[in-house]
Design a protein. Sequence first.
Length: 95
Amino acid sequence: DVPEKQCSLTVGSETREWADGKAMIFDTSLLHEAENRADRTRYILMMRVYHPELTATERAALQFIFDCLDEPELLSDREALSEYPERRRALEAAS
């Protein structure tokens, strides 16, 4: 149940309200913000889908950014950063 006019997603300069039974797809490389003004917790399913025209290098760069958001220590821990390529390959092989 999505509370009416209580949950929105802004991508760039455009804001849309969440609606029951509707899906939204947006480009996460653009500045974006989700807002829940309701008095209860909401959960979303988020999937990363890359634009088909991105090169392998561009996809790897975006993946690194997402991984840094999940594991901020990658930016400050030289050992974690040096192990990153091997860990990323292992994750991809396991999926």
